[in-house]
Design a protein around this ligand. Structure first.
Ligand code: PHE
Length: 478
């Protein structure tokens, strides 16, 4: 994809566009589907008390996040800019702080995301050689794997380099093609594992944890973690979809594209859960012990499951983590693209230089996260939230700040902007391009109410709840 300054003639034509609607959907779904679905979603469900978290998550995705998603894509397509330039181009310079917050969120998210991607990528080799007890004690100080800083450092450098390489080539070509093949393969593989998981002992215990809500378990934490997870998983609230939206053609239907992206992302997270919880039940002999263990969950549980497959275990395990690494790569690419597009568009940095500079910087910012898996005591027990039982490690702290706090705040500000500064009829005009029946439809009424009332109100309140209860230990409801 080419980057040309906005002054250039034929800006739209030269700046580069996705080859067609499917290309955009694939790239955006590639951004959405990643570690968020397969690593983060299961452990968040585990910590959030199971099915009740899943229910909240589903409601948030469809009722609140979908309107935010179409708004982001519309702003991107309308302005053809990065998240900061987009607000300037619409004539609201004061609002570009929202874009800046988004860029900060993207930088923070990529800094720890790359570390988790490095763990996953390293597992390809661990599985291939049949090293199945890597996960023992994972995330705790005894884990030999996350404390092997040389190994993780090398995998981390490889992963960030691959990301930078692709962003440097341009987002569209390689990613579009590879996603079309590898994503369906990953889905088929997970479905295969779902079937296998249901044949294992205690699988029903796992399923009931995942699917039978216990309404008494709703706490403030469940609500804000589910919202943060919805934003994170859909790549919302930081302008990733403003950036990708800037490459979408005026002929494309934003609404149906966004619907497909949402369904795909939620669908993949959902089946990943269907696979994981019977596995957790099997590995824990039906006690579900360890289900709330946090970020190490899939890394601790899956190796034992692959081991139980016998001789084909190493092959299946290696392929699984390879596909997961690829899904992570299409997400890291979208995360890096945001600050790079900003540096290129707004500060006139040459694209190639911007890519390597930003990637290098983010890698450095990620080093404390890399050390927080047990290697450094200081970063492993980095911060003690008020009234929390135990200290929080640096990686989790960055993730809490960026995904549970900044992303919903970004979503809140984007909807307030669209409704009260840019004005909802302008949004409607943009959405109606490529969707001839949109105006006056039920969906258009819903989106209008969502961005003017529902999203600002609910996202704003949950933001306040998050800050108070997560960082200051104030419990709003039990
Ligand atoms: N949605 C990605 C995932 O689930 C992570 C991501 C967040 C990517 C925000 C871009 C922006 O893995």
């Amino acid at each position: 994809m080419l980057y040309i300054s906005p002054q250039t003639e034929n800006y739209m034509a030269v700046r580069g566009q996705f080859s067609n609607k499917l290309g955009f959907i694939m790239a955006a779904a590639g951004s959405a589907v990643g570690l968020g679905n397969i690593w983060k979603f299961p452990f968040e469900v585990g910590q959030g008390g199971g099915a009740i978290f899943v229910l909240m998550y589903l409601i948030f995705c469809f009722a609140l996040c979908f309107p935010v998603m179409v708004t982001e894509i519309a702003i991107g397509r309308k302005t053809q800019r990065n998240p900061v330039g987009a607000f300037n181009a619409l004539g609201f310079r004061n609002w570009n702080i929202v874009g800046k917050l988004g860029i900060l969120s993207g930088v923070l998210i990529l800094s720890f995301y790359n570390v988790v991607a490095a763990w996953a990528f390293g597992y390809v080799f661990e599985m291939a050689v049949g090293h199945f007890n890597v996960g023992a004690g994972f995330g705790s100080a005894e884990s030999a794997y996350t404390t092997d800083i040389v190994k993780i450092g090398i995998y981390g450098i490889v992963f960030m380099t691959a990301t930078a390489f692709i962003v440097n080539q341009g987002v569209s070509k390689g990613i579009e093609k590879a996603t079309k093949i590898l994503m369906p393969t990953l889905i088929i593989m997970i479905l295969g594992l779902v079937i296998y998981s249901l044949t294992l002992d205690h699988s029903m215990k796992g399923l009931s944890f995942y699917l039978k809500p216990d309404f008494s378990a709703i706490k403030g934490k469940v609500v804000y973690s589910a919202l943060g997870q919805a934003f994170f998983s859909l790549s919302l609230g930081m302008g990733a979809l403003i950036t990708y939206g800037s490459y979408v053609s005026k002929k494309d239907n934003i609404l149906s594209s966004a619907a497909l992206i949402t369904l795909m992302d939620v669908g993949i997270a959902f089946i990943a859960g269907l696979m994981m919880f019977p596995f957790v039940a099997y590995m824990s002999n039906g006690t579900m012990e360890g289900v709330s263990g946090g970020p190490g969950l899939i890394f601790a549980v899956l190796p034992g499951v692959f081991e139980s497959l016998g001789t084909i275990g190493p092959v299946i395990g290696a392929i699984f983590f390879l596909l997961l690494s690829f899904a992570a790569l299409t997400s890291t690419v979208s995360l890096l693209e945001v600050p790079v597009a900003y540096a290129v568009d707004e500060h006139g940095v040459k694209r190639k230089r911007a890519v390597w500079l930003v990637a290098g910087l983010i890698f450095i910012i990620g080093i404390p996260s890399m050390l927080s898996g047990g290697y450094s005591e200081f970063f492993t027990g980095f911060i003690q939230y008020v009234k929390a039982e135990k200290a929080t490690d640096f990686l989790t702290f960055v993730s809490d700040t960026a995904s549970d706090t900044f992303l919903p705040l970004g979503g809140f500000l984007i909807t307030v902007f669209a409704a009260y500064a840019w004005k909802r009829n302008n949004l409607e005009e943009e959405l109606a391009q490529g969707a001839s029946k949109y105006k006056g439809s039920f969906l258009s009424k819903y989106i209008s109410i969502a961005i003017t009332v529902v999203c600002p109100l609910i996202l704003g309140s949950i933001f306040i709840l998050t800050v108070l209860s997560k960082f200051f230990g104030v419990q709003i409801f039990a």
